[in-house]
Design a protein around this ligand. Structure first.
Ligand code: NAP
Ligand code: GLV
Length: 307
């Protein structure tokens, strides 16, 4: 079996893949472009891919004569054209569950950082600007008693709600199948935290209008996918609109961040590290390897993405 690995994995996992088949792993640190994948993927039976890799309809069509599996090292699948994969008989696997706790923890870290001005205060101290303790120095929003709006109450949304309850927050949510209407969630939440997948139905779900309709003095947190929020209008919603602070782990065109956000003290920016603990990242990659091993052994594929 010929296995394509878009970027190198930890040595123990590469060893397991080599035991399952002949491995091609281009020597580069950057993610593959669509042109790279069009050039490199055809001829392989399985691909271990990451959320940075554009598994477009064109790539899947080019690889389709041999490709039987795209094993994604992430739970989100928005970089993979799943309809094209199904059309060409390419199975897709992903890594649900294993990263839920790490991502929920990071969401709470971002929420606390944005609400309590942690990064801004750190910069303030380092800049030598702290000369006296005062009653109103760096005051922020208290989580106890605040209402948390969860947009997308799936695995991560529920895990965030569970943690937030321990902080004394009141929880409400919106999903497609349960909860309150989105407009009500936006209008009444002190903190809005986004946990829905990126799909054609969620792209710019939080657009300029929604940003401007948020509760006065509220905080926006996004650890799902950047394009759920229209990034262009976040600075305006902070400057002249209702937002007090924003915490972002994800962006519309990663790794680019809209320049209007870069120099603001009321914005906390993280480089898409929701699941980034040593253990979780290794387990995610291991789940992708398990899928390849199952394919090589002719066994049912674990971790199949729901259609
Ligand atoms: P999940 O269990 O599938 O949860 C997603 C939830 O979103 C579902 O319960 C779904 O509920 C809801 N949903 C779908 N479309 C919606 C819509 N239009 N409006 C409102 N809710 C909607 O997935 P998960 O494991 O929690 O992961 C969620 C997302 O987090 C992933 O897709 C990924 O993009 C992101 N993520 C980011 C990081 C990071 O490093 N920052 C790490 C892991 C995951 P209904 O079906 O009831 O609508
Ligand atoms: C990370 O963003 C993931 O979808 O797993």
């Amino acid at each position: 079996m010929r296995i394509y690995v878009s970027r190198g994995l930890p040595a123990d996992l590469m060893t397991r893949l080599r035991a399952a088949g002949n491995v091609t792993c281009p020597d580069r640190a950057a993610p593959p472009t669509e042109a790279d994948l069009l050039n490199e993927l055809p001829g392989h039976d399985a691909a271990v891919v990451q959320l940075t890799d554009p598994m477009s309809a064109a790539v899947l069509e080019a690889a389709a004569p041999t490709l039987r599996l795209a094993a994604q090292i992430a739970v989100g699948l928005d970089n993979i054209d799943e309809l094209a994969a199904a059309r060409h008989g390419v199975a897709v696997t992903h890594t649900p569950g294993v990263l839920t706790d790490a991502t929920a923890d990071l969401t709470m870290a971002l929420m606390l950082a944005a609400c309590r001005r942690v990064v801004e205060a750190d910069r303030f101290v380092r800049a030598g600007r702290w000369d006296v303790w005062s009653l109103d120095l760096m005051t922020g929003m208290e989580l106890r008693g605040a209402t948390l709006g969860i947009l997308g109450r799936g695995r991560i949304g529920r895990a965030v709600a569970h943690r937030a309850e321990a902080f004394g927050m009141r929880i409400q949510h919106t999903s497609r199948t349960s909860g309150i209407p989105l407009q009500e969630l936006i209008r009444t939440s002190d903190v809005l935290s986004i946990h829905a997948p990126l799909t054609t139905g969620t792209w710019h779900l939080i657009d300029q209008r929604a940003l401007m309709a948020m509760k006065p003095g509220s905080v926006l947190i996004n650890t799902a996918r950047g394009p759920l929020v229209d990034e262009l209008y976040i600075a305006e919603a902070l400057e002249t609109g209702p937002l007090r602070a924003v915490g972002l782990d994800v962006f519309e065109e990663e790794p680019r961040v809209h320049p209007s956000l870069l120099n603001r003290g009321d914005v906390v920016l993280l480089p898409h590290i929701g699941s980034a603990t040593d253990r979780t990242r290794h387990r995610m990659a291991s789940m992708a390897v398990e899928a390849v091993e199952a394919l090589a052994a002719g066994e049912p594929l674990p971790h199949r993405a729901p259609r």
